[in-house]
Design a binder for this molecule. Structure first.
Ligand code: NAG
Ligand code: NAG
Ligand code: NAG
Ligand code: NAG
Ligand code: NAG
Ligand code: NAG
Length: 893
C-alpha cells in the first residue's frame, strides 16, 4: 500500500516529462527559419501562439505557427519563472478573452473516414500574471471532449489525446469559455493512424494512458520518431515488479502489427517474482459508467530454456478476462485487443498470471487504456457548412463564425438560424444586415438549399440580382434594401413575389427601376410590406408541405410497382436471360444457389436474376421448390417472382428488383445513412406481415427456414419484403408440425431447439425473427465478430437489458432519437420470440399485432414530442488525465 503512494508520486513525475525537453531547447530554432520544413506525412503540428515555424529539437517534428490558422485570440508567452526545460511548444500560447467559442479547424490531407489521434496541450505557466488557472471546456467539433481544469496540472501542464474518425474532411477543435477563466491552448497535434487500429465504432476514444512497463521511471517518455504514430509512452514500474529488457529487436509479425508498438517500448517489460505471483495493477475510470478498453502488448524478451514458451492468463477483478490463455513467442510482439464488450466499474483490477501449469512468471511489456466517448451531436449538413464558409471568406466576416455554424445550438453563428427538425441540422436563415458587405451576392448562397430567409439589407452590395434566388425552393423572404444593386430583377423572382410565395424587398437601391415589371408599373412598389404573422405561418406550412412532397416524390421515384410486374410472370429462355442481364454484366448479390445479377426487361423494368450455378450441390430440387412456391405466393411483403428460366442445365429465377438492397447492408456499420427508429419499426412490421402470410396465409403453410437480415430486402421507399424461400418446404398438414430435412438456416439465427432436435417448424422462424428484431433495435449483427472470439447478440444483450439501460440497448447511431416506451416494447417483443423452448414462443400473428402497437406508440409519441427531448443525458466525465493516471497503482496483495 505504501508503495502505491510512492508510485503516485512517481507517475506524476513521469507524466510531467511529457512537457520536458531535456537540455538543448530553443537553441538552433532560427536556423530553420525561412526554409520549408519537411513535413511528416499524416502529421499536423501546430504551436499555438508561436511566431514562427520550427523543428522540435527532441522529436524533430516540424511545428507550424497558428498565425494563419485562426483569426481570433491573442498571443501570450509563459512566465519566465516557468521551468526552464519546458518544450518549445509550451512556451507560447494563444488565449481567447473574446467570444464564447473559439475554434481551430484541422484539415488533414487524407480527409474524412480516416482514423486520427488528436492531441491538445495546455501549459498555463502563469502567462497572464494572475497565478490563477482557468477552467474551460474543450470540444471536438460539435461534441464535448473534456473540461480542462489545470488546478492540479503539475509543473508541466497537461495534454489530452483522443482518437476519432471524422465524417467530414475537417476537424474542429474548440475552446469554450464557461465563465471560469479565459480559455487558452499551447499546442495542437494530429496524427494519422492506420484505420484498422483502435476501432472507435462511431464514437471517439479518449486515452487515459499509454504505459511502457519495465522502463526506468526516470527515463523520458517515448514518442516520435520511436513511435511512428507519435503516441506517448510513459514509463511504469512498480516496486514489486522485476524489470527485464533485451537489446535484440522485437518484431511485430502477427496480424495486429498495424499497432506498430515501438521496439524500444517492447524491449522492456516487467515480470513478477515467481510463477505463483501475478502482476497486478488497477485503475479507476473517470466514473463507474465509463466504457473502458484496454490494449495489452506482450513480447517474450527472455530466452527460455529448450525453446519453451511463457503462457499467461489475464484476470479482471478476479474473473477470467480472456477465455484463452496467451502464449508468447520469443522477440515477437502480440497485442491483446480489448474485449468486444467494454469494461466498466469504479475500479478495475487486472492481474496477469502464469497460466495453469506454466512455470514461468508472467510478464507485461506495455498497456494502453482508453475510455469511449459518445459523439451524439451531428454536424450541420456539409453543403451548408461549405457554402457558409465560402461566404465567410468572401466577405471576410469574423464575428463568432467559428466551428460548426448550427451545432451546438447555444454557439450557433450570429445571424444564422438553423433547423434541427431533420436528422441533419441545416441553415434556414442568414441575416447579414448592416455587415459592411461589399461586392456581389455570393453564388455560394445558392448552395444553401434549405434557406428560407435571406437578409442582406444595408450593405454596399453591387451588381445585378442573381437568378438563383428564384431557384431556392424554400426561400420566402429576401431583404436587399439599402444596397447598390443595379440591373433588372430576374423575371422568376418577380413572378414569385407576385404569386406571394416570396417576399422581396429591394427599395433604397440607387437603380431599382430597370426591370420589365418596374417599367410597366412605374411607381409600383416591389416590396410586399411586412408580412402579417398569419401569412408567415401559412408560408411556413406551405414550406413544410412542399418539403414533404419533395421527400415523398424522391422516395417513390423509380420504384418497380407490383402491378407492372404481375402481368409478366412467364418463362424465359436462356438466351433471353443472357440479354436481360446484358451477358451477366453486374453482380448484385449471392445466395444459397448462385450469383444474383442485375437485369433489365424489354420495358426497362429492372429485375434481379438469380442464376442457379450448375456446380451447386443443392441443385435442381430446391430450384424447382423455390420457383413453384414463388409463382403462387403473392404478398406485398414478399419478393415477387417475375419469371424463370428452366432450360436443361440452365436455370434462373427472375425477381422484382429491390432498389435498396438488404437490411443487413443497411444495419451495417459501413452504412453511414443510419435508419431511423421509425423506419426500423416499419421494417419490422413489414417483415412480420410477410412471415405471417407465409405461416398463416398459405395452405399448406410455408416455413422460411433461413430468415435473416440479408434475406429481408428493401424497396426504394424502404418497404421490406422477405426473400429467398430456397430452403422452404411446404407442409403436408398443419398437425404434422415438423419436417426434418437437410440442415438449413444460418448461424446466429438458428433455433436452439432445432439445433438440438433437428425439428424445424414455424416457431423456428419466430426465433429467427426475434434475432432480426434485436438487430434492428441494436444495430448490431447476430454474430458480432469479437476481437478474441465471436459473440452472439443475445449473450451481448441480456446483461444490458438486465441493467435496465435502454439507451445502451438501442443502436447508439440513433443518438437517442427514439421514444423509450416504444423501444422497451420492441425489446419485449423480441424477447418473447427467443425462449429456447419453442412452445413458449408466440405465433407470428401475435408478434405482428404487438409490433403494430409498438409502431403506433412511437407515432403518437412522435407527434406529441418536440425534437431532441429524448436525447440521452450525457454523463459528465469529470476526472482528468492526471487524476486517473495517479490512480493506476499496483494491487496490494
Ligand atoms: C450536444 O448538444 C447539446 C445541445 O447543444 C448540448 O447540451 C450537449 O452537451 C451536447 N452533447 C455533447 C456530448 O457535446
Ligand atoms: C478543478 O479541479 C480542482 C481540483 O481537482 C477542483 O477542486 C475544482 O473544483 C475544479 N474546478 C472546477 C470548476 O471544476
Ligand atoms: C513467490 O514470491 C512470493 C512473493 O515474493 C513469495 O511470497 C512466495 O513464497 C514465492 N513462491 C515460491 C514458490 O517461491
Ligand atoms: C480490487 O482489489 C482490491 C484490493 O485487492 C479490492 O479491495 C477490491 O474489492 C477489488 N475490486 C474489485 C472490483 O474486484
Ligand atoms: C436582421 O438583423 C437585424 C438587426 O441586426 C434586424 O433588424 C432584422 O430584422 C433582421 N432581419 C430578419 C429578417 O430577421
Ligand atoms: C462597418 O464599418 C464601419 C466603419 O468602418 C464600422 O464602424 C462598423 O463597426 C462596421 N460594422 C461591422 C458590422 O463590421
Amino acid at each position: 500500500m505504501n508503495s502505491a503512494s510512492n508510485l503516485k508520486a512517481r507517475l506524476l513525475f513521469v507524466l510531467a516529462i511529457t512537457f520536458v525537453g531535456n537540455s538543448r531547447v530553443a537553441a538552433g530554432n532560427n536556423q530553420n527559419a525561412g526554409r520549408k520544413l519537411d513535413e511528416i506525412p499524416g502529421f499536423i503540428s501546430i504551436d499555438c501562439g508561436s511566431n514562427e515555424d520550427y523543428i522540435d529539437e527532441q522529436t524533430k517534428i516540424p511545428y507550424v505557427s497558428d498565425k494563419e490558422l485562426i483569426d481570433t485570440g491573442i498571443v501570450k508567452t509563459v512566465s519566465p519563472e516557468s521551468p526552464r526545460n519546458i518544450r518549445q511548444n509550451a512556451k507560447n500560447l494563444r488565449s481567447f478573452p473574446q467570444g464564447t467559442r473559439n475554434c481551430y479547424t484541422l484539415r488533414p490531407e487524407k480527409g474524412k473516414n480516416n482514423n486520427y489521434l488528436i492531441r491538445a496541450r495546455f501549459f498555463y505557466g502563469n502567462y497572464d500574471g494572475k497565478n490563477q488557472t482557468p477552467v474551460f471546456d474543450l470540444h471536438l467539433g460539435v461534441n464535448e471532449w473534456k473540461t480542462v481544469n489545470l488546478t492540479n496540472a503539475g509543473p508541466y501542464g497537461v495534454h489530452y489525446d483522443i482518437i476519432h474518425v471524422p465524417l467530414m474532411d475537417y476537424i474542429d477543435v474548440c475552446l469554450i469559455n464557461t465563465g471560469r477563466g479565459v480559455p487558452f491552448i499551447s499546442s495542437l497535434e494530429l496524427r494519422l493512424l492506420d484505420n484498422s487500429i483502435y476501432p472507435t465504432q462511431g464514437r471517439a476514444l479518449t486515452k487515459l494512458g499509454g504505459l511502457d512497463v519495465g522502463r526506468n521511471p526516470s527515463d523520458s517518455d517515448v514518442r516520435y520518431p520511436d513511435d511512428g504514430y507519435d503516441r506517448i509512452w510513459n514509463p511504469l514500474l512498480f516496486d514489486q515488479w522485476i524489470p527485464i529488457s533485451t537489446s535484440s529487436t522485437v518484431y511485430s509479425l502477427s496480424t495486429d502489427n498495424a499497432y506498430n508498438i515501438p521496439d524500444v517500448v517492447l524491449r522492456t517489460a516487467a515480470k513478477s517474482q515467481n510463477s505463483t505471483t501475478p502482476l497486478s495493477f488497477y485503475f479507476s475510470p473517470p466514473d463507474s459508467l465509463s466504457q473502458c478498453y484496454v490494449y495489452f502488448h506482450f513480447a517474450e524478451i527472455e530466452k527460455l530454456e529448450n525453446g519453451q514458451q511463457r503462457e499467461l492468463t489475464i484476470l479482471l477483478n478476479g474473473e477470467r478476462y480472456l477465455t484463452e490463455s496467451v502464449t508468447l513467442d520469443y522477440l515477437n510482439s502480440r497485442t491483446i485487443l480489448p474485449t468486444e464488450l467494454a469494461i466498466m466499474g469504479e475500479r478495475l483490477n487486472f492481474s496477469i498470471t502464469a497460466a495453469e501449469g506454466s512455470k514461468f512468471p508472467p510478464i507485461l511489456n506495455a498497456v494502453e487504456i482508453f475510455v469511449s466517448k459518445e459523439l451524439p451531436n451531428k454536424t450541420t449538413a456539409i453543403q451548408d457548412v461549405e457554402a457558409i464558409m465560402e461566404i465567410k471568406k468572401l466577405y471576410k466576416l469574423t464575428r463568432n463564425w467559428q466551428g460548426d455554424p448550427c451545432v451546438p445550438r447555444e454557439y450557433s453563428w450570429d445571424g444564422l438560424h438553423c433547423s434541427y427538425i431533420y436528422n441533419i441540422p441545416s441553415i434556414i436563415s442568414v441575416n447579414l444586415s448592416s455587415s459592411n458587405l461589399t461586392g456581389k451576392i455570393a453564388t455560394s448562397f445558392s448552395n444553401l438549399k434549405a434557406i428560407e430567409s435571406l437578409d442582406l439589407s444595408y450593405n454596399d452590395l453591387t451588381g445585378p440580382l442573381p437568378e438563383f434566388l428564384a431557384q431556392l425552393p424554400n426561400l420566402y423572404s429576401v431583404d436587399l434594401r439599402g444596397n447598390k444593386f443595379t440591373g433588372s430583377i430576374p423575371e422568376d423572382l418577380l413572378q414569385k413575389s407576385r404569386d406571394g410565395t416570396l417576399v422581396l424587398s429591394v427599395n433604397e437601391n440607387p437603380d431599382p427601376c430597370q426591370s420589365v415589371a418596374c417599367k410597366r408599373g412605374k411607381k409600383k412598389e416591389f416590396v410586399i410590406p411586412v408580412v402579417a404573422s398569419s401569412t408567415a405561418a401559412v408560408l411556413l406550412l406551405l414550406f413544410i408541405f412542399s418539403r414533404l412532397a419533395i421527400y415523398k416524390q424522391k422516395r417513390h421515384g423509380g420504384m418497380v410497382t407490383k402491378s407492372n410486374i404481375k402481368s409478366k410472370n412467364q418463362q424465359y429462355s436462356y438466351s433471353e436471360v443472357v440479354s436481360i442481364t446484358n451477358n451477366f454484366e453486374t453482380i448484385i448479390g449471392g445466395g444459397g444457389f448462385g450469383k444474383v445479377y442485375l437485369g433489365k426487361l424489354k420495358d426497362e423494368i429492372q429485375v434481379a436474376v438469380k442464376l442457379l450455378s450448375p456446380s451447386s450441390n443443392q441443385g435442381y430440387k430446391e430450384f424447382q421448390a423455390e420457383a413453384q412456391l414463388l409463382m403462387i405466393v403473392h404478398h406485398r411483403n414478399l419478393v415477387s417472382l417475375v419469371g424463370y428460366c428452366d432450360e436443361d442445365d440452365q436455370k434462373a429465377l427472375i425477381y422484382e428488383y429491390m432498389e435498396n438492397g438488404n437490411l443487413h447492408q443497411h444495419l451495417s456499420v459501413k452504412n453511414t445513412n443510419v435508419m431511423t427508429w421509425n423506419e426500423r419499426l416499419n421494417i419490422a412490421v413489414d417483415a412480420a406481415h410477410g412471415l405471417e402470410y407465409l405461416h398463416n396465409g398459405c395452405k399448406p403453410p410455408i416455413i422460411h427456414r433461413d430468415l435473416k437480415t440479408s434475406n429481408i430486402l428493401l424497396t426504394g421507399h424502404m418497404q421490406a419484403k422477405i426473400a429467398d424461400f430456397g430452403l422452404s418446404r411446404i407442409f403436408a398438414t398443419e398437425s404434422d408440425s415438423h419436417v426434418s430435412t437437410c440442415p438449413a438456416g444460418t448461424l446466429g439465427y438458428l433455433d436452439p431447439e432445432y439445433q438440438a432436435s433437428g425439428n424445424f417448424n414455424k416457431k423456428s422462424d419466430v426465433y429467427s425473427f426475434g434475432i432480426v428484431l434485436f438487430e434492428l433495435i441494436t444495430g448490431r449483427p447476430a454474430i458480432m465478430r469479437g476481437l478474441e472470439k465471436n459473440i452472439h447478440i443475445l449473450d451481448w444483450i441480456y446483461p444490458i437489458i438486465e441493467s435496465g439501460d435502454i439507451q445502451s440497448v438501442v443502436d447508439p447511431r440513433l443518438q437517442g432519437k427514439f421514444h423509450t416506451n416504444s423501444a422497451w416494447k420492441a425489446v419485449e417483443i423480441a424477447l418473447s420470440c427467443i425462449p429456447p423452448i419453442a412452445s413458449l414462443r408466440p405465433d407470428i400473428s401475435q408478434v405482428l399485432a404487438e409490433l403494430k402497437e409498438c409502431l403506433a406508440l412511437e407515432m403518437t409519441n412522435a407527434s406529441l414530442a418536440t425534437e431532441c427531448n429524448m436525447a440521452p443525458s450525457s454523463i459528465p466525465l469529470e476526472t482528468s488525465y492526471l487524476e486517473l493516471e495517479s490512480d493506476i497503482a499496483a494491487l496490494a496483495r
